[in-house]
Design a binder for this molecule. Structure first.
Ligand code: ADP
Length: 256
């Protein structure tokens, strides 16, 4: 059962099917540290996307001959659960998942101080529980948070967001139906502190001018994503200032 293309993806008031404006991201929330058995983990919901990321390492590399003498080996696996899409997906890794595992690894590696941990490996697992377009970007975003949760030193968090073209309009953060029925989809990953793009792919056609505008739109989206990532990490790791905890304890005590 495949999704039917609706007649119009953007109405006469420039509002998209799910009620968003052209430059609006889907509602996004991130939770940090939700898997007890991984060294680091995070969960993201971006619109209907639901994705888990787990990180192990730095740890001894197996098999040993893959170990790198001067830096840690980053390995990543992007996988879509069989129940993540409307028609059951085979659990076996597809060509698409292999490609996404590679581009996700390459988009995250520039920010990691892999040289601090020679001969070790850092293993990253991205499990898509529910997919609705833009899962490589949401996967990169949540994986970067999971790496931070694992305590892996990084230059910055990597934030990702796609821009594209739907019915002649440039739009931010495409859903599955916008991706399939639209004219172009361009996922982008960004390292804000270095103002550096670490992933740029494109499916479809844009003019040179549209391409420039789409890159700027996606980078603005990434900056919003970056804030959500930082807020999620702060929510888990902010330690009460000295005295604040004691005060709360006394207040609780008073109430009893
Ligand atoms: P991304 O998820 O990064 O946008 P694609 O552009 O390849 O990657 O895929 C777009 C969307 O197509 C996915 O998010 C998912 O909703 C859907 N999709 C991908 N693979 C399958 C599949 N095997 N069966 C059904 N839908 C799929």
């Amino acid at each position: 059962m495949s999704q039917k293309k609706p007649e119009k993806l953007i109405d006469e008031n420039d509002i998209r099917l799910d009620g968003r404006k052209f430059n609006e991201m889907r509602p996004t929330k991130i939770e940090v540290g939700i898997l007890a058995n991984a060294d680091g983990s995070a969960y993201i919901e971006q619109g209907k996307n639901k994705i888990l990321a787990a990180v192990y390492g730095p740890r001894e590399t197996h098999p040993k001959h893959l170990a790198l003498p001067d830096r840690a080996l980053l390995r990543s696996r992007y996988h879509m659960a069989p129940f993540s899409v409307q028609e059951r997906k085979s659990p076996a890794p597809s060509r698409r998942e292999l490609e996404l595992s590679k581009v996700i690894r390459e988009s995250l590696e520039p920010s990691i101080f892999t040289e601090y941990y020679p001969r070790t490996s850092i293993d990253l697992f991205i499990e898509v529980l529910q997919a609705d377009g833009g899962t490589r970007c949401a996967g990169i975003t949540v994986a970067s948070v999971a790496l931070a949760d694992a305590g892996i030193p990084m230059r910055d968090l990597i934030s990702a967001c796609a821009a594209g073209k739907v019915e002649g309009r440039l739009v931010l953060d495409l859903t599955d139906v916008e991706d399939k029925a639209g004219e172009a989809d361009m996922p982008l990953a960004y390292q804000p502190s270095a103002n550096a793009i670490t992933l740029l792919q494109m499916d479809g056609m844009l003019t040179g001018e549209e391409f420039e505008q789409a890159v700027n739109l996606a980078m603005e989206g990434c900056k919003q994503v970056s804030q959500i990532q930082k807020d999620a990490l702060r929510a888990k790791y902010t330690v009460a200032k000295e005295g604040e905890g004691e005060k709360e304890e006394t207040e609780e005590g008073e109430e009893e």
